[in-house]
Design a binder for this molecule. Sequence first.
Ligand code: EPZ
Length: 420
Amino acid sequence: MDKISIIGGKKLRGTVKVSGSKNAVLPLLFSSLLVEGEHIFHNVPFLKDVETTCLLLKYFGCEIKREENSLKIKKQKKLQSIKAPYQLVRQMRAGILSLGPLLAKHGSAEVSLPGGCAIGTRAVDLHLKGLRQMGAHIELIRGLIVARVKGRLKGTRILLDYPTVGGTENLMMAACLAEGPTFIENAAREPEIVDLAEYLNKMGADIQGAGTDLICITPKRILYPTEHTVIPDRIEAGTLLLAGAITRGNICISSCVPRHLDAVLLKLEEAGFFIKVDENSIELSAPSDFSSVNIVTSPYPGFPTDLQAQFMALMTQAKPGSSSTIRETIFENRFMHIQELVRLGADIHLDTHTALVKGGSLLQGAPVTATDLRASACLILAALVARGETLVHRIYHLDRGYEHLEKKLSSLGANIKRLK
Ligand code: EPZ
């Protein structure tokens, strides 16, 4: 089982390039199910979740060809299967994003109900509610979502109880082949939604309002496969920036979209860091001392839940005597990294959904265990400033969502290596 060894104490310096976005590329790959022919995606990161998505698409009968960071998906008119099996969906919950396209294109879909995961129940009731409103007949049979529609889905007005990212993506894809327009209100506004809408429109769809809370989809009878370059990963960019911050380094993140990280940059400036943004790069330099700041995670454009754990690691190093509160509002159990940070010497107390993080902790290297994708990044950041060696176990979590993170950190001067 791979683990990562980090010897703390090095200030990170230099420039590092961000990879393509995991949370943009997954729905983009599933959108290929909407129309036969060859879809070509560029800037596709090498991630476990991308591999799992390709396995799922092959299971449906698509042909996949990887050429460096480009991926070609050839979807046949007739699929071999319309069933997304448990053994694949349980590895990657985003398998639920096959439901909308399969139902819209083939009139039926059987997708395993994604289990919960370490960070929460990860319900999909809003996906199903929206598809039912579009005329789908959906039953849950022995852990399987069995969905059917007679003829085509019907466009309609859908007011989401919550701005679910995956729910918005599933419904937006389904609506592209429905009969009549669909209006998704209280839609999620994440940049990954905008990227998906851009590709769907390139395929010939007519989607207006992606990135706002009202998305209007006017369906087109015929869509055409085409090419698309995946946006940069804002969460990887934020993680690398926080690695520079926690080591009080001076780094530049290139090939990113600074405005996708506005909420995080504002918090770093509030804490006392110096931030300079260019069209597609962010430069950070650190003050000798920085302050604690409070964060509350919320849907985009608020502070991203996917950077909460990494920011918590940073707050353990704020000036002594200060403390910050970190409130998680998106997932019910996204604080498992706290116990592991405490093992490294952090002083953190959890009160239901709010963590109180004391600044000025002198962290000491120790063996720790990653519990989920972003927790693994958090522990690596903490290890960069811990005295001595830290071994991060269960690093397979990291490989789901970061492309060669240890190589990127090493290129910035970190003393980090992967142990077999
Ligand atoms: C996406 O997950 C991301 N994953 C997550 O990133 C991210 O944390 C999340 O959005 C929020 O930004 C991908 O894009 C592949 P949601 P998703 O539907 O779509 C509840 C990472 O680390 N909810 O917005 O699953 C749900 O239980 C991952 O890269 C319902 O109750 O997020 C959760 O508490 C982690 N019913 C909250 O909403 C539903 O039908 C947010 O879920 C749908 C969601």
